[in-house]
Design a protein around this ligand. Sequence first.
Ligand SMILES: Cc1cc2nc3c(=O)[nH]c(=O)nc-3n(C[C@H](O)[C@H](O)[C@H](O)COP(=O)(O)O)c2cc1C
Length: 206
Amino acid sequence: MTVKVLGISTSPRVNGNSDLLLREALAGAESTGAKTEYIRLSDYNIAPCIECNACYKTGTCRVKDDYQRLLQKILDTDRLIFATPIFFMNVCAQAKTFIDRCQCLWAHKYILKKQLITPERDRRAMVIAVGGSKSKKQFESIQLTMKYYFDVLEINYTANLFVNQIDAIGDIQKHPEALKEAFRLGKELITSEAPPPEKPVNIELT
Ligand SMILES: Cc1cc2nc3c(=O)[nH]c(=O)nc-3n(C[C@H](O)[C@H](O)[C@H](O)COP(=O)(O)O)c2cc1C
C-alpha cells in the first residue's frame, strides 16, 4: 500500500531554511514511491487556543476555523514531517499556535480516555528545526514540546534533524550535508521493516 506523507512547513518565510530542508525530506520520501503532500501553515487561518476547556467534555475544539481541516490531514497521514524555525529556543509561534489547539486531543486521550488512532496503524513522525544561534540547548526544548505533541497525535516520534548557525534566508543551500541528511531521513521515515525506535534518532548539524 502506498504510504502517505504530510509535510508541514511552519516558517513564516517562503523558501526559508526549514522549508527547504522539508522539501528535501519530502523528495527523499517520494524517492521510495510514497505519496507526499506539502503544506504551508501560513495558508491556514488558525487562531490560538482560548482555554475555554469545552474540549474536556467533547474531545473536540469549539473554535471553528482551518484547524479542523488541517487536523484531518494529520489524522489521515501515515508519516508526518514537521518543519520549524527556532524562535526563542522553541518552535515558532505559528507552529505553537497550532500545537496548542490540539489540547482537545489531550482531553480526548487523558480526560475522556478515548483512542484517536486504531493501534494497527504504523504512524511515524520526524521534526526538522533550524536556528541561527550556536545554542544546542534549544534542541532539548523543541524535543520536549514535540514529544508531548506527537503523544496526543498518537504518532511515533522517530527522528530529528536539528541544524544551527544558519540564519539568513536560503543559507541552508550552502550546507550540502544538511540537505543530504534531510533527504536520507525523509527516505528512512517511510520504512516499516523495523519497529519505530524507542527514542527519536537525533541528527545535529552546524
Ligand atoms: C522571532 C525570532 C526568534 C528567533 N529565535 C532564535 C533562537 O532562539 N535560536 C536560534 O538559534 N535562532 C533564532 N532565530 C533565528 C532563526 O531561527 C533562523 O534565522 C532560522 O534560519 C530561520 O529559519 P527559517 O528560514 O526556516 O524561517 C530567531 C529568529 C526570529 C525571527
